[in-house]
Write a protein that binds this ligand. Structure first.
Ligand code: FES
Length: 116
């Protein structure tokens, strides 16, 4: 038995698009890790809500339909994220559902290349 497959497209600041597969129940950080995606510095705390490097920007549509509202801990971490916008969330806190299959997420530039 295999969980239903879902895809997420990561859109980097340089316009590069990376389409990655995951399963329902994965969080978005799991998908980055399991696919070995090249997002420099992404997910530094491994989903323990102590970094903010997993910051992603969603479209308004998707944002409004995310199944879980952010916890206070997530909001505290988001306050530390650069380029935070009204539709920002932390990828490690977003669990994929069937409805989220095929979403596109924007990866902020400050995560793409932390060395510059
Ligand atoms: Fe560190 Fe999400 S991976 S807060």
């Amino acid at each position: 038995f295999k969980n239903k497959e879902v895809t997420v497209t990561f859109v980097k600041a340089n316009g590069e698009r990376i389409k990655a597969k995951g399963e329902i129940g994965n969080n978005i950080l799991d998908i980055v890790v399991n696919n070995d995606l090249e997002l420099d510095g992404y997910g530094a705390c491994e989903g323990t809500l102590t970094c903010s490097t997993c910051h992603l920007i969603f479209s308004k549509d998707v944002f409004d339909n995310l199944p879980d509202k952010p916890t206070e801990e997530e909001i505290d971490m988001l306050d530390l994220a650069q380029e935070r916008g009204p539709t920002s969330r932390l990828g490690c806190q977003i669990i994929m559902t069937e409805e989220l299959d095929g979403i596109e997420v924007k990866v902020p530039a400050t995560i793409n290349d932390a060395r510059t």
